[in-house]
Design a protein around this ligand. Structure first.
Ligand code: B12
Ligand code: SF4
Length: 478
């Protein structure tokens, strides 16, 4: 009998019960000393899971990006959050535990959007948000009646406050990550968020967010609202911003461009302490924006008009651009770089598009036979910044090189100095200092991430596959 099938007999409750939550890294070079600096943020999914665990279950948490995982430490169940980029490392970690007879449950974006694959490397997966299901998963494991697939039927109400005590003693970036809402109403074809949440958006109770902010705020530290689109519901976002004005915070977040045309919202942002906003410009080409289903970026005068409005309200912008759509040529890079410089963007990202499984973009590339790997995220030849598909107007190599070149230009010292001269970036010594530190960190990370293997290059075992003979599906089929 395999160790894994030695489970507690039905209806005997396993007490005490020990849960280990692991947050995997994307990957690691064989000789890597320190993980990618700008990615070392508190993993909120782990803290949400910890908050959902019953009080009589002891919880350990290990962040693979910051510390070695003690695989031999006794535990009854391991929970791992899986994103597409972290899938391979998640499977390596799972294999270590499963080889020792410890069952593993996986959840998160990749588990939800690619369940058939993820299920091969663990005992159970959770499809969707954890809030309504994770307590059941724990209870089922304690009673030896675990299922293979747990699927959330509808979106849960977001009333759980993350248990950040699991982060004690770990060295994260000095940022306070807080969630206001989850999901987004738009349907950009490359975005895993719209696929995961089916273009729905749901917010937490504002008083709970305010209470959490009171508790987590630290002197001199920025709050990062991790919503993918903070203003997906503009009126709710305004209500939240009104409620946090008295807290006198400094915060950053991400938003779709449409907020730029609502003066009340911009005024509330400034008054509630917004220091900067990530806005997905993605492309300056109308045909490309149409293809990605993001034509709304051109409304009301488009990016330049939006940026003028942001500047008027003193809001600094982190603009993101993506390349590799069918109309993109080398001039698309030049246009975006020039725009980012001239507009004095505080930070900018120049990334190739990434076909994430489960997105319309992925399906289109797959149908057109343009994917270069069966599953790029698991392929040993694939590295961070490599292009996993065949672009129409340039080679994959050219696309990759142009993205890196655009980053090098943007984060070179001459560009940093020029952008620092834009008034919006030096409104106060504090802002200027932040601008310089963040730009220097990004400059550093360009080379650090480039060619990063997915999975830990130091790990040489076999990925252990699971057999799911008793594959009962809870709440419907995969
Ligand atoms: C904050 C954030 C970051 C932060 C850091 C996050 C961190 N703490 O390390 C930064 C800016 C550094 C970042 C970087 C990157 N990110 Co990011 N990030 C986010 C963001 C905006 C919020 C994540 C979050 O904490 N959400 C709140 C938690 C509570 O929600 P959740 O993760 O969905 O978890 C719920 C469920 O998924 C489920 N669940 C999750 N895990 C588990 C595990 C188990 C066992 C169970 C039962 C359930 C479960 O239950 C949770 C509660 O309901 C998401 C988008 C989003 N809205 O989620 C993108 C997102 C996760 N990032 C993404 C990407 C691609 C990246 C990068 C690769 C980008 C890049 N090219 O550089 C890097 C990779 C960094 C890494 N993994 O080390 C993609 C992932 C897509 C995918 N298919 O995997 C997302 C979805 C954005 C997008 N629009 O596509 N990111
Ligand atoms: S607006 Fe942003 S979060 Fe919303 S679907 Fe588009 S890319 Fe995703």
């Amino acid at each position: 009998m395999s160790k894994l099938s030695r489970q507690t007999p039905p209806s005997t409750r396993k007490t005490p019960f020990r849960l280990t939550i692991v947050h995997p890294c994307v990957g690691r070079f064989a000789n890597m000393k320190r993980y990618i600096r700008t990615w070392r943020m508190e993993p909120i999914p782990a803290a949400v899971l910890a908050a959902l665990v019953p009080a009589d279950v002891s919880t350990a948490f290990y962040d693979d990006r910051l510390e070695p995982i003690p695989f031999d430490e006794p535990t009854d169940l391991v929970a791992i959050s899986v994103e597409t980029y972290t899938a391979k490392r998640a499977y390596q970690i799972a294999s270590e535990y499963r080889r020792r007879g410890v069952p593993v449950v996986m959840g998160g974006f990749h588990a939800t959007l690619c369940p058939e694959e993820v299920l091969q490397y663990c005992e159970s997966i959770v499809i969707g948000e954890a809030e309504s299901l994770f307590p059941t998963v724990i209870d089922d494991y304690r009673h030896g009646r675990a299922e293979s697939v747990y699927r959330s039927v509808e979106r849960p109400s977001l009333r759980t406050t993350p248990d950040r005590s699991i982060f004690h003693g770990k060295r994260y970036l000095p940022l306070r990550l807080v969630e206001f809402a989850r999901g987004c109403r738009f349907k950009c074809d490359f975005c895993a968020v719209q696929s995961f949440f089916d273009a729905t958006h749901r917010q937490r109770p504002i008083e709970q967010v305010v209470e959490e902010l009171h508790r987590v705020r630290r002197r001199g530290q920025l709050v990062f609202f991790i919503d993918d689109n903070l203003t997906s519901n503009l009126e709710q976002a305004k209500e939240m911003m009104r409620a946090i004005i008295p807290l006198k915070l400094r915060w950053i977040s991400q938003s779709a461009i449409n907020v730029a045309y609502d003066d009340e919202a911009l005024d509330l942002m400034r008054r509630s302490g917004c220091q900067g906003l990530l806005v997905g410009f993605e492309s300056l080409d109308p045909q490309t924006l149409q293809q990605m289903n993001k034509g709304f970026n051109l409304m009301h005068g488009g990016p330049a008009a939006a940026l003028a409005n942001f500047r008027r309200h003193g809001l600094r912008i982190y603009g993101t651009f993506i390349f590799g759509y069918d109309h993109d040529t080398s001039s698309s890079f030049e246009l975006a770089e020039r725009f980012a410089q001239e507009q004095g963007l505080a930070i900018a990202a120049f990334n190739h598009i990434t076909p994430f499984p489960g997105t319309p973009l992925y399906r289109r590339m797959e149908q057109d036979g343009r994917l270069l790997y069966d599953a790029w995220w698991l392929d040993d030849r694939y590295r961070y910044n490599m292009i996993p598909f065949r672009p129409k107007q340039m080679s994959p190599r050219e696309l990759a090189e142009r993205c890196v070149k655009a980053r090098r230009n943007f984060y070179g010292w001459p560009s940093i100095a020029r952008r620092a001269m834009h008034r919006v970036n030096f409104r106060s010594p504090w802002m200027l200092l932040n601008f310089l530190v963040i730009n220097a960190m990004h400059q550093w990370d360009i080379e650090g991430r480039n060619g990063l293997p997915l999975g830990d290059a130091n790990w040489h075992g076999e990925l252990l596959k699971a057999t799911h003979e008793r594959r009962r599906l809870v709440h419907g089929p995969v």
